[in-house]
Design a protein around this ligand. Structure first.
Ligand code: SP5
Ligand code: ZN
Length: 343
């Protein structure tokens, strides 16, 4: 299995996030990808290759153009306004406020194009974000050229990013870029299976009214877990997309017994849909040792996750999402991928 990787993620570092009433160093940091890369190489999983595709061109099909323009200039606008450090929002267009007019000042724009204080900008953010999208599009191209699986080793992650908002450490929706690219390359139907601890609210929003992308997410109950405002079971899709969105929320503290049963349910939904390819939003924050999450999967469970997905017998692209127990995510990523290959 090939891994698509770009070192350009490294510049997205040193940023702060707003959490628990404090500004903390970002949990989503370069060491995450470095540890995964080390384990991929140690396990001889296969070649590590650089991206070749233009991810922004694909991103333009699933994101708002004003939003993408803002991502490109956000940090420069922050500096021009006289600020330093991490560019973070502090006011949002919630109920009762207008969301049809983008303000002009960077402080207004940061809130207009985001839903939380978890996706700030530092000088290297944009380069990292576009490189991640390039990797996602390139991974899709590998499947379209005949590879039966590939791993997109990216950061920042993407599944919380919607058509015109960042949040939850995410800017461009990498899994969405991969799915769109697969369709552009000729696939008729793509399933996105999101196994991150957190609901993939951005991916859901982007594809909610589409029948060519099935979205299935297994995640912590949004009554108690981020992103709180999406991810409930009654969200089934709209218009042409009605019936193609499936949320499978689980209680805080869930272990593999129940999680694995839910994965089985998700896989049966995918088999019924009959996709030409599967994109797995591979969050590893379901791990028992994750510092910000509360599921209880162990390192021995991840190979079983890969093996179950392999039973679907479809071209499968794994795209890294969350996972913050830095050293363990390398072991657990390789666990899923080798479980997939060994099945
Ligand atoms: C891609 C992804 O996994 N994004 C997750 C974003 C979660 N952001 C909010 C996390 C708040 C958790 N705070 C718990 C702190 C424990 N010390
Ligand atoms: Zn997550």
């Amino acid at each position: 299995m090939k891994t698509v990787y770009s070192p350009d993620h490294i510049g997205h570092s040193g940023h702060l996030e707003l959490d628990g009433g404090r500004l903390l160093p970002g949990f989503e940091k370069p060491e995450r990808a470095q540890f995964v890369l080390d384990r991929i190489e140690a396990a001889n999983l296969g070649p590590v290759i650089a991206p070749t595709a233009d991810g922004l061109e694909v991103a333009a099909k699933i994101h708002d153009s004003g939003y993408l323009t803002f991502l490109a200039k956000a940090h420069d606008l922050w500096l021009d306004a006289g600020y330093s450090g991490t560019a973070l929002p502090m006011a949002w267009p919630t109920r009762g406020l207008r969301d049809d007019v983008a303000p002009k000042h960077v402080r207004g724009l940061l809130g207009y194009y985001s839903f939380d204080g978890g996706a700030g900008f530092v000088p290297g953010t944009y380069k990292a974000v576009t490189a991640a999208a390039d990797c996602a599009a390139s991974g899709a191209d590998l499947l379209s050229a005949g590879d039966t699986s590939a791993f997109v080793l990216t950061r920042p992650p993407g599944h919380h990013a919607g058509r015109r908002f960042s949040g939850g450490y995410c800017y461009i929706n990498n899994a969405g870029v991969a799915a769109q690219r697969l369709l552009d390359n000729g696939a008729k139907r793509v399933s996105i299976l999101d196994v991150d601890y957190h609901h993939g609210n951005g991916t859901q929003e982007i594809f909610y009214d589409r029948a060519d992308v099935q979205f299935i997410s297994i995640h912590a109950d949004p009554d108690y877990a981020f992103p709180y405002f999406l991810g409930r079971g009654d969200e089934r899709g709209a218009g042409a997309g009605a019936g193609f969105n499936h949320n499978l929320p689980l209680p805080i503290g869930t272990d593999f017994h129940d999680w694995g049963g839910t994965l089985d349910r998700a896989c049966r939904l995918i088999a019924e849909y009959g996709p030409d390819a599967i994109v797995v939003s591979l969050g590893l924050d379901t791990y028992e040792g994750d510092p910000i999450s509360r599921f209880r999967l162990t390192r021995f469970d991840y190979p079983k996750v890969g093996a179950r997905i392999a039973q679907l017998n479809r071209p499968t692209l794994f795209v890294l999402e969350g996972g913050y127990a830095v050293e363990a995510i390398g072991i657990n990523a390789v666990g899923v991928l080798s479980g997939f290959l060994g099945a």
